[in-house]
Design a binder for this molecule. Structure first.
Ligand code: GUN
Length: 278
């Protein structure tokens, strides 16, 4: 029987650990503040932002909410971020993505000080990750490393295939697995013989963005399968990039959707916030 990796429980455990750390920091007179900026009121973004605020509250981090009009100019948003960069009592800055089309996302990401870049999206944070220097790490890939480690899954020396090459998940995921001494392949939409490539994996990480694309045919017997996708199917039920029922009989461990990778992203964001004062 495959091990079902319980992201909800692992995320809860990390949040408890962080809550204790934050209480200790408070006793030393250090209070952590996270500025959360949302532009417009996209319903999905509102759900994510609310969950982030709730996690802050639970852990004991002060969240400062900036709810901005959809029509705000890029210049005004840049000015706000520059002000927050300067404020000593703001430790982390998070701009919820996506932004409206008239705002250049790359420019906004670059405006956030790398010292407060708790999302780990700034080019300096990504560069530091690549060469093994200190810096914030993108939350979803960092969460996947925690899922593997806390589930007792060995990474060093393993063949790892990451499907997807986004800046937020695929690329940092590959680098993190390399840092853990896995042998890494990053596959993508132009990869030839994708099934054969995936079948080499001891650890297969799917971040393709296509519901249930990864069936049992992509999975080596006994592999560990991590599903980063989250989609709603025709019956409004959540599913991932992995066809869970089809893959389950072939693997040794698997993350469910929901309750696998998803809850880890916020836990790691909170971890980055705690690191921002240390
Ligand atoms: N939109 C979807 N995921 C994320 C995330 O992790 N961080 C930010 N800032 N925006 C997002």
């Amino acid at each position: 029987m495959a091990q079902v990796i319980d992201g909800k429980a692992i995320s809860a455990q990390i949040k408890e650990e962080l809550k204790e750390k934050v209480a200790k920091l408070k006793a030393e007179g250090k209070e952590i503040s996270l500025a959360v900026i949302q532009v417009g009121n996209d319903p999905a973004s509102s759900v994510y932002v609310n969950n982030k605020k709730k996690a802050c509250e639970f852990i004991g981090i002060r969240s400062l909410a900036y709810e901005l009009e959809e029509s705000i100019s890029e210049k005004e948003l840049v000015e706000l971020i520059e002000q927050l960069n300067e404020k000593e009592d703001v430790h982390g800055i998070l701009v919820q993505l996506p932004l409206p089309a008239h705002i250049d996302e790359d420019k906004i990401i670059k405006t956030i000080s790398p010292l407060k870049d708790v999302d780990g999206f700034h080019p300096q944070s990504v560069g530091a990750l690549c060469i093994g220097q200190k810096g914030f790490v993108s939350c979803t890939p960092a969460g996947i490393i925690q899922l593997l480690k806390r589930s007792g899954i060995e990474i060093a020396g393993k063949e790892c295939v990451v499907i997807g090459r986004s800046n937020i998940v695929g690329k940092p995921m590959g680098i993190l697995m390399l840092r853990e001494n896995a042998t890494v392949t990053i596959a993508h939409s132009k990869t030839k013989n994708l099934k054969e490539v995936c079948k080499r994996a001891d650890i297969l990480i799917a971040a393709v963005g296509k519901p249930k694309m990864i069936t049992g045919e992509y999975v080596k017997e006994g592999a560990v399968v991590i599903d980063v996708g989250i989609h709603r199917n025709e019956n409004n039920k959540l599913c991932g990039d992995v066809d869970y029922e089809d893959v389950y009989p072939h693997c040794s461990a698997i993350t469910p959707v929901p309750g696998g990778v998803g809850p880890m992203t916020i836990a790691m964001l909170m971890n980055n916030c705690v690191e921002s004062v240390q």
